[in-house]
Design a protein around this ligand. Structure first.
Ligand code: PMP
Length: 359
């Protein structure tokens, strides 16, 4: 046995790294990125800003300016603080680290975002997934029962949910927050496309925090996510944070882009309009079930025997379109593909390729 095989956690050896497909040369509709780049003047200004940075210096670890700007632009309620992460992926790591006591349980509806259970695994806390109904709505009775039984320290609710695209009923989420024995994180990664938010409710619920990301509104490459909540939570998460986790380029560029948020908002509005235009077009395709979405993507299910979803995925890829295949994942997602909404031209290509793939 090699030394590596001897010391690496056996359950980690059995795992695969988070899969990200090579999108070279393909229409990239797999990861819910914004399809739009920056206007040239803004891009040039960012170039000048980056050129002026002191790359030889560590970042200011508190990232005061960026945090203050997020508070203002994202309307974080007074009295709440902000934790920054290298993507909200990293925020999930910090939050999980904070509650990872012996015997702690993390709970979330399933299927949902994979990182909730992955970080539970990394920190050796038990993950308890509560199945969504077949239409992907939240079974709040089952969730409340599971909470009463398992007493989770941490509950994740993605609002809207990934990969299903729907937003659970607000009243159900409220019930969960009230009944939870520990912390509930509302993950609002797709909030810009859904409108609804729990952000103003932070003042009301002492055991709730709201997590967001700028990845879906045009800054996925920067890697910036954040958690907003009462100082008692944020101070604790901050203790688990790598001191210089937000690099100077991310901080400076994010400040510039958030100061010009109207540009990003206009891009998000175009994506939203495209989503509404796409929906009936997708619904018209025979052999495809389209699930309701308030996010910047659609979950669809291909009719047919096992393997039908992957066959369509491969056909789309051979026609130059990359989407995400969930066929081999959670049992409730068999034959399901997730389609990110792109530009009108990309969506036209997707629809044509899908028509061909479903023949
Ligand atoms: N939460 C949800 C629900 C997501 O779907 C994603 C990304 N797919 C993330 C968090 C992480 O996003 P990021 O790390 O880019 O901020």
């Amino acid at each position: 046995m090699s030394r590596a095989a001897k010391v690496i956690r056996p359950e980690l050896q059995a795992m695969h790294a988070y899969p990200v497909a090579d999108a070279t040369g393909l229409v990239k509709l797999d990861l819910m990125e914004s399809p739009y780049g920056l206007p040239p003047e803004l891009a040039a200004e960012i170039g000048r800003i980056v050129a002026g940075l002191s790359l030889n210096r560590y970042p200011v670890p508190t990232a005061q300016r960026l945090r203050a700007l997020i508070r203002e632009v994202m309307q974080v309620p007074a009295g709440c603080d902000v934790l920054l992460g290298n993507g909200s992926d990293e925020c999930i790591q910090y939050v999980t680290a904070t509650i990872a006591r012996e015997g702690a349980v993390v709970m979330a509806p399933v299927p949902s975002f994979a990182m909730f259970s992955m970080h539970a695994f990394f920190f050796r806390v038990r993950f308890c997934g509560v199945p969504l109904r077949d239409d992907f709505s939240l079974d709040s009775r089952a969730f409340l029962d599971a909470m009463a039984r398992e007493q989770p320290s941490l509950v994740w609710i993605a609002y809207p949910n990934n990969p299903t695209g729907n937003a659970f009923a607000q009243a159900d989420i409220e019930r969960i927050v009230r009944a939870a024995p520990g912390l509930v994180v509302i993950d609002e990664a797709y909030q810009p496309f859904a409108g609804a938010t729990f952000m103003p409710r932070l003042a009301q619920f002492e055991n709730m925090v709201v997590m967001r990301t700028v990845s879906k509104i045009g800054m996925a490459g920067l890697r910036l996510g954040y958690v907003c909540g009462r100082p008692e939570w944020i101070e604790a998460f901050n203790k688990a944070r790598s001191p210089f986790n937000i690099n100077v380029v991310t901080e400076a560029v994010a400040i510039k882009l958030l100061e010009n948020k109207s540009v990003l908002d206009a891009q998000a509005a175009r994506v939203l309009a495209e989503r509404e235009r796409m929906r009936p077009e997708l619904e018209r395709l025979p052999g495809l079930t389209v699930y309701p979405s308030v996010a910047n993507f659609f979950l669809v299910r291909v009719a047919g025997p096992q393997g039908a979803g992957t066959r369509v995925f491969e056909s789309l890829k051979s026609q130059g379109v990359l989407v995400k295949d969930f066929s081999a994942g959670h049992p409730q997602l068999q034959e399901c593909l997730r389609l990110t909404v792109g530009t009108p031209e990309e969506n036209r290509i997707l629809l044509n390729a899908m028509r061909e793939a479903l023949q």
